[in-house]
Design a protein around this ligand. Structure first.
Ligand SMILES: NC(=O)c1ccc[n+]([C@@H]2O[C@H](COP(=O)([O-])OP(=O)(O)OC[C@H]3O[C@@H](n4cnc5c(N)ncnc54)[C@H](O)[C@@H]3O)[C@@H](O)[C@H]2O)c1
Length: 360
């Protein structure tokens, strides 16, 4: 951090998601958005006009040199994240990067190493992990209060039209880096893995039914967790009624979440198995004080750690896990067999995502 009391934040990439970052920064109180940059100067200027008139700079190097930010938010397409993070770290800034953090595990390895070398933090925005409901339910699962997790379903059933894929960086392996399984379902998958912990094996299949893109618009996968829990996952961008769903059946209860882009307590349900003592069940109730999931909750936690000079809190742990699982799904589709987590230590499997996409 620089000398003044307020943390200096800067945003690279002023498209859709950057507005959530700017609004969150404005609500944090002791953080000031000092600069923005975008490869479209016009978009950056309009954005700055909406969000307190930070300086508009031409690109990341001039933003780092001209604004000396303490924290750089990378709200750019994933293909640029690794190089941009390295520049920001080298300039002494912490980095908050949008999901997916990189287009490959190898790139994410490089980002994490660059942060370590520079002594700076890399916070990945998986905001579905945030909020009081997840904190509470994860605590119950980790304490064994709901018994062993057994079976899970993780579904991202969204709808995206041709307008969504008209954006130049979407729809190609080279630019977007993968289809909706890594681009959209990674939120639900990350939440599932945040709740269930380390995974051991995964497989996947990918199909294209309707969109004019290189990647899938439907995928299915199976993930085996170290606990022995088995999860199935369905992803599509062709759903008429959109829904994000998670269901975990444990020995003592069924945990269900249904929402779209962010959840509140009302979106969660815990149903006890018959015969579970009501006194035990009452201990599962969500806390009275609700913090809803979202960028506000997640970035708030990051900035509290940054202001205190503390390591990032546990909500940011394991930033690679969901990307590992999607990578294993891709490698499994190519190999025609499931892939174990240990196999991903092979550098040849940590490169860009790519999978055969079936067209029925
Ligand atoms: N967490 C979430 O809920 C969420 C939601 C949407 C998008 N995202 C993620 O945020 C990122 C951006 O997505 P988006 O929907 O905002 O995309 P977008 O296309 O709306 O915005 C990206 C912006 O980055 C700019 N840009 C591209 N390359 C640049 C560069 N090298 N230097 C400066 N500017 C550059 C583009 O001009 C554009 O304005 C992606 O990684 C996406 O997956 C996350």
């Amino acid at each position: 951090m620089t000398g003044d009391a307020s943390v200096r934040a800067a945003i690279l990439g002023t498209g859709g998601v950057a507005h959530l970052h700017a609004r969150t920064i404005a609500g944090l109180g002791d953080v000031t958005l000092v600069a923005v940059a975008d490869s479209s100067e016009e978009r950056a200027r309009a954005f700055a006009g909406e969000h307190g008139s930070p300086d508009v700079l031409a690109d990341l190097p001039s933003m780092l040199a001209g604004a000396a930010p303490d924290v750089v938010h990378l709200c750019t397409p994933p293909a640029g994240h690794a190089e941009q993070a390295a520049l920001a770290f080298a300039a002494g800034a912490d980095v908050i990067v949008e999901k997916p953090p990189a287009n490959s595990l190898a790139e994410l390895d490089t980002m994490l190493r660059a942060g370590e070398v520079a002594g700076r933090r890399l916070a990945v925005v998986f905001q579905q992990r945030s909020g009081s409901a997840v904190r509470h339910i994860r605590g119950l699962l980790q304490a064994g209060a709901l018994g062993r997790p057994l079976v899970a379903q993780c579904d991202t059933l969204w709808r995206r039209g041709a307008d969504y894929y008209a954006v130049p960086w979407r729809g190609t392996w080279a630019e977007e880096g993968g289809g909706p399984t890594v681009g959209l379902a990674v939120h639900q998958l990350d939440l599932l893995a945040h709740l269930l912990g380390q995974w051991s094996e995964a497989d996947g299949r990918f199909w294209r039914l309707a969109h004019d893109i290189e990647m899938e618009d439907v995928s299915q996968g199976t993930v085996v967790f170290e606990s022995g829990a088995i999860a199935t996952m369905t992803t599509t961008t062709l759903a008429a009624r959109e829904s994000s769903r998670l269901r975990i059946d444990t020995e003592l209860a069924t945990i269900e979440l249904e929402h779209l882009y962010g959840h509140t307590h009302a979106d969660w349900r815990i149903t006890p198995a018959s015969g579970v003592d009501p006194a035990v069940v009452s201990g599962w109730a969500l806390p009275d004080l609700e913090e809803r999931s979202g960028h506000d909750a997640l970035l708030g936690e990051a900035y509290r750690a940054i202001a205190d000079g503390a390591p990032l809190p546990a909500v940011f742990a394991d930033p690679a896990r969901a990307l590992e699982i999607v990578t294993a799904m891709h490698r499994a589709a190519t190999a025609g067999r499931s892939v174990r987590r240990a196999e991903l230590s092979d550098p040849a499997l940590r490169g860009p995502l790519h999978a055969p996409v079936e067209v029925p």
